[in-house]
Write a protein that binds this ligand. Structure first.
Ligand code: FES
Length: 264
């Protein structure tokens, strides 16, 4: 079931010049939402943006009835969202799309790989896994250390391995080599640990590299596609992806797909 709700901005944190964390709340309990699903927000404060913007669910805090959204201010729409302030009201359609496959047992080992703002849905996924008694492992990549987002939050739910492309953020007393220079697919954790499944979200080249690794290593893998979206409900066809089942709308049938379905 989808809801159209007016939510109130309860918290805004400008993490750096590009990323903003926004928390939204309402008077009634927020609906059930699955890790990997997204919301479509109507952008009211930008004259050039008429369509809703899809933003993945970063976290749902049931104790405070807050929905967290991590926003990368890169276009007019997301810049307008990033300029919201506490007390503003935003109209949201939620929850949309499918979700990541959750672990079936506490022993299933799942690696959550995120890059850039694509780390967003993995926080909620990791938190829900931990609540179900399954500790996630995170592998998060960024261009530089200051683009690693919400690290304190990720550390609450599981072990966090990190790569930075420029090698920043690597510290001397990191005896376990948790932080390494390069891309996520260069991290040695991929060779020293055996995982049952990888769930990933981030830039397409990163997800394609992760999918390639998973195929080679024989590991099941799900990706969350971030195709361009407009309507968010399967009407405009601008988010179409070619799959083994033909052309399908990422907004409706996805955004999460098993890589076996994709023609990458
Ligand atoms: Fe319109 Fe998917 S965004 S069909």
């Amino acid at each position: 079931k989808k809801y159209i709700l007016d939510l109130t901005v309860s918290f805004v944190e400008h993490i750096n010049d590009k990323y903003v964390l926004i928390k939204l709340t309402c008077d009634t309990p927020l609906p059930e939402m699955l890790p990997g699903q997204f919301v479509e927000i109507r952008v009211d404060n930008s004259p050039s943006t008429y369509l809703r913007r899809p933003i993945s669910i970063n976290f749902v805090d049931r104790s405070t009835n807050e929905l967290w959204l991590l926003i990368a201010a890169i276009g007019d729409g997301t810049r307008a969202l990033a300029s919201l302030s506490k007390g503003d009201t935003v109209n949201c359609v939620l929850p949309l799309g499918n979700g990541f496959t959750m672990p079936q047992s506490s022993s299933e080992k799942i690696l959550l790989i995120g890059g850039g703002v694509g780390v967003a849905p993995l926080l909620y996924m990791g938190a829900e896994m931990k609540r179900m008694g399954n500790e996630p492992t995170f592998l998060l990549g960024a261009r530089k250390a200051s683009d690693l987002l919400l690290m304190d939050e990720f550390n609450k739910y599981g072990r966090v391995y990190v790569t930075t492309e420029d090698g920043s953020g690597i510290y001397d007393n990191d005896v376990e080599g948790m932080c390494q220079k390069g891309f996520v697919t260069n991290h040695t954790i991929l060779h020293t640990c055996k995982f049952d499944r990888i769930s990933t979200c981030g830039p397409k080249p990163m997800m394609m590299a992760v999918a390639g690794y998973a195929v080679e290593a024989g590991i099941d893998c799900e990706v969350s596609l971030e195709n361009m979206m407009a309507c968010g409900v399967g009407a405009c066809l601008c988010c179409v992806e070619k799959t083994t089942d033909g052309n399908i709308c990422v907004c409706k049938e996805g955004p999460v797909f098993n890589i076996k379905k994709l023609l990458w």
